[in-house]
Design a protein around this ligand. Structure first.
Ligand SMILES: Cc1ncc(COP(=O)(O)O)c(C=O)c1O
Length: 290
């Protein structure tokens, strides 16, 4: 009875295992949960309080997000990515990073288009690409888990539409080296290929040299960044993320969302505003670094 599109779809292995662990814990067993990427600390109290104060706000917001939030995200991203070109026109706020990824594949891919993904990779990329009609081309990471830009170059074909990178990387936890990121920038330069950078863990870096692709000289009209507050602000359950894309792509994403998921929940947008006003520093970074 289900559509052909869903023929290969199964529940995310991470979330299925997470549910299993929680059920075992609820039954009284001691189980250490290394499944979902979820900080085991509370959302900072000042964020909780600021949301509680704004509970009388309960209407739709613009699909792309509250103007003040898009402005604040752009402001923070300009500094974090050393990227003067980022403005609120590049930002679309979503209900977590997952819908941002889903939307970008829907917006950029035609049937048969290829997405190069370093492997191993986070479980949902492949399924999301396939749901958009695309095909995944996996390129193994190097032996030391770094990106392999040369191997990626060899896999580029006329059907390649996106090269996806994810640093710090899930599942290895490794930060890709500046050398390989620079090489990748040279590989895709002047090609009609988007770089999709899933930076959901980028604010949780423990001293390693983090080198965002934004610092490389290549066509910013072909760059999409996925980010959010789930991991860095312990807001996983609140569902709040965003993407940074060329304005025409951001507009297409907002149009798609306007017919599908709608705006991100307003209390969660207020939480993100409060996090950014507090400096957007992960509250648990010091503890995790020790
Ligand atoms: C690499 C990666 N990207 C995206 C996500 C999704 O994040 P969110 O909870 O904001 O949808 C996760 C969550 O586990 C992840 O590990």
């Amino acid at each position: 009875m289900l559509s052909q599109r869903l023929a290969n779809l199964e529940e995310s292995a991470t979330l299925a295992l997470n549910a299993k662990v929680k059920a075992l814990q609820a039954s009284g067993q001691t189980v250490y949960n290394l499944t979902a990427g979820e900080p085991d600390c509370d959302t900072p109290a000042y964020i909780q309080k600021s949301v509680a104060k704004a509970l009388d706000q309960n209407k739709y917001t613009p699909t792309a997000g509250l103007p003040a939030l898009r402005y604040a995200i752009a402001n923070s991203a300009r500094g974090f990515y050393t990227a003067k070109w980022i403005t609120e026109d590049n930002i679309v706020v979503t209900a977590g990073a997952k819908p941002a990824l889903f939307a970008i594949f829907q917006v950029l891919l035609d049937p048969g288009d290829e997405v190069i993904i370093p492997s191993p990779s986070w479980v949902s990329y492949k399924r999301q690409v396939e749901l958009a009609g695309g095909a995944v081309v996996e390129v193994p990471l190097r032996k030391n888990f770094d990106l392999d830009a040369k191997a990626i170059a060899k896999k580029i074909s006329p059907r390649t539409k996106i090269v996806l990178i994810n640093s710090p990387h899930n599942p290895t936890g490794l930060v890709f080296s500046a050398r390989e990121i620079a090489k990748l920038a040279r590989v895709v330069k002047d090609k009609p290929i988007f770089v999709l950078s899933d930076d959901i863990y980028a604010r949780l870096v423990y001293g390693d040299d983090y080198s965002p692709i934004t610092t490389q000289p290549f066509n910013k009209d072909r760059l999409v960044i996925i980010n959010g507050f789930s991991k860095s602000q312990a807001l996983t359950g609140w569902r709040i993320g965003y993407l940074i894309a060329p304005p025409a792509v951001a507009t297409a994403v907002a149009q798609l969302l306007s017919h599908t998921f709608g705006n991100a929940p307003l209390p969660s947008q207020n939480a993100a505003l409060s996090a950014l006003a507090g400096g957007d520093q992960p509250p648990m970074l010091k503890d995790l670094t020790r």
